[in-house]
Design a protein around this ligand. Sequence first.
Ligand SMILES: Nc1ncnc2c1ncn2[C@@H]1O[C@H](COP(=O)(O)OP(=O)(O)OP(=O)(O)O)[C@@H](O)[C@H]1O
Length: 250
Amino acid sequence: MIEIIDIRKSFDDHEVLSGISAKFEPGDNNLIIGGSGSGKTTLLKCMVGLHEPTSGSVIYDGRDFTKMNFEQRIEIRKEIGMLFQGSALFDSMTVQENIMFPLNMFTEQSFEEKMDRVNFCLDRVNLKDKNKLFPAELSGGMKKRVGIARAIAMNPKYLFCDEPNSGLDPKTSIVIDDLINEITEEYKITTIVVTHDMNSVMGIGEYILFLHNGKKYWDGTNKEIAHTDNKELNEFVFASKFMEAAKEKL
Ligand SMILES: Nc1ncnc2c1ncn2[C@@H]1O[C@H](COP(=O)(O)OP(=O)(O)OP(=O)(O)O)[C@@H](O)[C@H]1O
């Protein structure tokens, strides 16, 4: 479980996160949603240590990450998998080398052990035998799947995904959502997904944290979201005529 307590973040005098608290449970797809500039990516970066919060705490299963020094944080970093926006694969490396990268960085495993893990992860994301391809030879959806394979290579307890569906067609987006959902349940990972994709919200949002202007405006489940009277959330989720009409049936 990851708990964030009263997270604040300012850049110069501009406060972009104003006291966010939430609990993200293992085995659940935890989604952070909100309009552009609402602070989603900044919150995610504060959680993994890419930004230091101005104040507040990030607790990983009882361990206060915010109080740790660089060395102490390494242990938690090893337990974190990240799927970055745009997949962030190394273009000069093959699929296999990309997935092996964290194993080379963080483990003392033999080459055979690492190969076993690479092949297991590739199989898990339905990319068996694609080891030798380079990122330029993959479709957008395949790149995301390689990104997921790399993110789970270290068998993470925590998985962070920053807009996993950006740039994908609706059908491929659902494939990626389903994969994240399956992996989360199967390995009881505490998964946190930053998204603006309404299909994801409705499809896999077991816990949804809605940010607006750097503040927590609402949290709840995808079942509850259609029945909220929160004005800002309604305007965000049901902005399109299609979603407005769909709401009646939810
Ligand atoms: N490194 C930075 N320095 C200064 N301001 C920043 C920095 N990073 C983010 N911001 C500001 O913080 C606010 C929140 O940005 P953030 O990227 O977290 O929003 P977001 O909800 O992820 O947006 P989007 O959906 O467009 O990616 C914005 O006003 C942005 O300009």
